[in-house]
Design a protein around this ligand. Structure first.
Ligand SMILES: *Cc1c(COP(=O)(O)O)cnc(C)c1O
Length: 357
């Protein structure tokens, strides 16, 4: 008997998100903070979790954390929504503000989740490719389609290419369209304060900014992120969200992270300096390796035979990085997370053996 399929026909080719996770000694594939939490902060988080009532539902809107995030970024509580990771909020945004054949404009090569969620939300995706030599946004290309868009997503720093978008251009763009412009700033904590577009978030405006505790704040396992947006967009996302998606533990832990945010800066400084070291050392391993500047905790490297190198790094050296070599525009590219000095040394030593010339 053939097995019956209960899947909706237009989703038959969808596949579960696969991070290609394999346990390795050196895990530098998922842009996690491999340094972990600052001294003492985890103890505070554990204490905060111990105080929670596990038998009670969490505050659906996470108002305590919401206020802490609002104060941090200088916006009102009404301009903040907390989610079960930034990923949940991306879905809720495309679902509640997009949908119904509305156009999503975004700039590949980028986070593949946008196209997937746009499709699930019933949006039409209009990709405007980045310049494939520099990975800069094609500003004229975006402006040309901005009028017809319902949502525009710009990632800054971009994943997987690491480059920033100019906030002054985002501000100009916001005046050219009624679309909601979401700047995905999952990695902005690694960049400078003035690189952020969060100052453009206003109730009477059309700019929103996504942040997460998964990357700089070393809490990928806790699942907590946020969007700063005009109140009307926050209300739209609130109406479609799963009411209790952010549990009491995540709310308590992320609140401790916000209160202690200053104590993360020595780690972020060290990650930036390790990133610069790697961007200098990799091309020195072989003139065949090309790297691009990055404002995040990862960088893209073009290496001849990248897919094979990726396999051998994992199997022979127990070093896991991310293979982007089959992504259009990223032929022969690997995305590498900045690890600790020891992890980075392991990568350099492995590449020195794998890449000759
Ligand atoms: C990691 C990431 C996110 C959000 O991650 P969560 O763990 O779901 O908070 C959003 N956008 C980009 C580009 C990312 O790389």
């Amino acid at each position: 008997m053939p097995q019956r399929s209960f899947i909706r026909p237009d989703f038959e080719d969808l596949e579960p998100y696969d991070p290609k996770y394999v346990a390795c000694d050196v895990m530098i594939s998922a842009n996690e903070n491999t340094y972990g939490l600052p001294e003492g902060v985890k103890d505070q988080m554990v204490a905060a979790v111990a105080e929670q009532a596990f038998n009670r539902y969490p505050d659906p809107m996470a108002n305590g954390l919401r206020d802490a995030v609002a104060q941090w970024h200088g916006v009102g509580r009404d301009n903040v929504i907390i989610g079960n990771g930034g990923d949940e909020l991306l879905f809720n945004l495309l679902f509640s503000c997009g949908g119904n054949g509305g156009v999503l404009v975004s700039c590949p090569p980028e986070f593949s989740i946008y196209a997937l969620y746009a499709r699930m939300a019933g949006m039409r995706h209009v990709p405007v490719m980045r310049d494939l030599a520099t990975f800069e946004v094609d500003q004229a290309g975006v402006e040309a389609v901005a009028k017809d868009a319902r949502i525009i997503i710009i990632t800054s720093p971009n994943n997987p290419t690491g480059n920033l978008v100019d906030p002054a251009w985002v501000e100009r763009l916001s005046g050219m369209t009624d679309a909601l412009i979401l700047v995905d700033e999952a990695y902005i904590d690694f960049a400078r304060d003035e690189d952020s577009c969060r100052r453009l978030v206003r109730d009477d405006g059309n700019v929103a900014v996504l942040g997460t505790f998964s990357k700089a704040f070393a809490l990928a396992g806790v699942r907590c992120g946020y969007i700063l947006a005009p109140k009307s967009a926050v209300d739209a996302m609130s109406a479609v969200r799963q009411p209790y998606s952010v549990d009491v533990c995540a709310q308590a832990i992320a609140t401790v992270a916000v209160r202690n945010r200053e104590s993360f800066s020595p780690i972020l400084t060290q990650i930036a300096s390790e990133r610069e070291r790697m961007l200098a050392e990799l091309p020195a391993v072989s003139s065949d390796i090309q790297v691009w500047p990055s404002a995040a905790n990862f960088y893209t490297a073009r290496i001849p035979g990248a897919h094979d190198v990726w396999n051998r790094l994992r199997d022979e050296y127990s070093v896991l990085v991310r293979d982007f070599s089959s992504t259009p525009g990223l032929e022969d590219c690997l995305r590498i997370t900045v690890g600790t000095p020891e992890e980075n040394d392991r990568l350099v030593a492995a590449l020195a053996e794998l890449v000759k010339g």
